[in-house]
Write a protein that binds this ligand. Structure first.
Ligand code: SF4
Length: 246
């Protein structure tokens, strides 16, 4: 397989996408880049970062694969590889002149909190400094402060399908109701599915006893995709809670 770094940079849909980004920038439109991390592009991560830095986006939205729809379990990266990507994002976040947001990786919040605690212990922490974009003067703050309570599927997020079905996310295909029969707010606030997904006492496995469950809670979509149970533990988290039964 030709790697991302080896492929002709301006061919096919990739080249057309880069051209569209260039046109948008010429018109002064802010750019958001969405990237899904999977086994197919993991080895290209560093090359991807270089491309994204050159595009000067406002936001890099980093999705982690959920094996639903066309996503395959065989394309998942391992729990250890999640940590490696988290480490790279954590380092990049400190210097990049754009925001970084993760999707379907709530355990990145756990990673950040653990890293910060370790840095405080060894005296290498400091206040998070704002980064100023050299090209447009835009100020970027550390992204984790943006949603301190931890957005997750059904928790600060809702997905409405083209048929009106209200789901906890676009990657968790269970409906809490339909907006043609029930108001969206009512479904979000009161449907048993949404209520249960926000109740961390219902989480199973190690997520249920994890000290980070309020800020993380694991990807409910990935738990459902792998086990069929939306309350099962996140299948791709390396963390072993202190209170977990071995
Ligand atoms: S065990 Fe679950 S709640 Fe704890 S950090 Fe991992 S994914 Fe998050």
């Amino acid at each position: 397989m030709t790697s991302f770094a080896e492929s002709p940079a301006h061919s096919g849909s990739f080249g057309r996408t880069l051209a569209a980004v260039g046109w948008a920038r010429e018109e002064g439109l802010p750019i958001q880049i969405n990237t899904t991390i999977s086994r197919r592009n993991l080895r290209d991560f560093d090359a991807l970062v270089k491309v994204i830095e050159g595009l000067d986006p406002v936001l890099w939205s980093v999705f982690f694969l959920v094996p639903t729809g066309r996503g395959r379990v065989s394309d998942m990266i391992t729990s250890e590889e999640f940590e490696q990507v988290f480490a790279k994002l954590y380092a990049l976040e400190k210097t990049a002149p754009f925001d970084i947001k993760t999707t379907e990786a709530p355990h990145f919040r756990r990673f950040v909190l653990q890293r910060r605690a370790a840095e405080r212990r060894n005296g290498t922490s400091g206040r998070v400094q704002p980064v100023v974009s050299p090209s447009n003067g835009r100020i970027t703050l550390d992204g984790i402060g943006r949603a301190p309570r931890g957005i997750n599927d059904a928790k600060g997020f809702v997905f409405v399908s083209h048929l009106g079905e209200v789901m906890p996310s676009g990657f968790l295909p269970i409906s809490g109701g339909n907006i043609r029969r029930r108001p969206l707010l009512d479904i979000y606030q009161n449907s048993p599915l949404f209520v249960s997904l926000r109740d961390t006492s219902l989480l199973k496995g190690k997520c249920g006893v994890c000290e980070f469950r309020e800020v993380c809670g694991g990807s409910r979509a990935r738990a459902y995709a792998i086990t069929g149970d939306e309350l099962a533990e996140e299948p791709f988290c390396i963390h072993q809670p202190a209170t977990a039964v071995q």
